[in-house]
Ligand binder design. Sequence first.
Ligand code: SF4
Length: 203
Amino acid sequence: MREEEYKRLVEEIRNCTKCRLHATRKNPVPGEGPLDADIMLVGEAPGKREDELGRPFVGRAGELLNALLGLAGLRREDVYITNVVKCRPPGNRDPREDEIAACLPYLIRQIQIIAPKVIVALGRHAGRTLYSLAGKKWPGIKRAHGRAIPARIAGVSVTLYATYHPAAALYNPELRSVLEEDFRKLPSIIGGGRRGKSLLDFF
Ligand code: SF4
């Protein structure tokens, strides 16, 4: 049932023409990972390599992400990974508001199908979007990163955790240390997420 629903969703994304990004993409990038994952990672948008392969986080930022997951004692195959928008913005520009709005129903359905315990927002676009879906005020990435908050998104109780986007840390050693520190905190957040699920029911 869950698999069938997911297959339908992926098919819709592959055929989607709801925003201008469909015209310039090579491949849409729906996301990948186990459908019963406890942790969902949400980035901003596919880059060049992702667009070529139709897979999320496979370029240099993806290599860094894999290493960061290792710091948290996680393997890439343990987590579900996707982006706020599923098609590459040309020249890696930021996704526009109308593109994010057009694509958001897909992310909402992914959250409902996978029902993760923890959602990690990678970067300010993902953070802002997920805070907004949770009905929370986005305090900006500098204040939000490394903080876990209880949230209800698309009817699913989750722990929402924001950090920087790995691509932003590729050439910035300072940011890289911050990102590493945020990922080192993940195991305790995940533990909190598991316990928190019942506590969150009181909200
Ligand atoms: S970015 Fe999203 S809404 Fe736009 S064409 Fe791709 S799948 Fe459709």
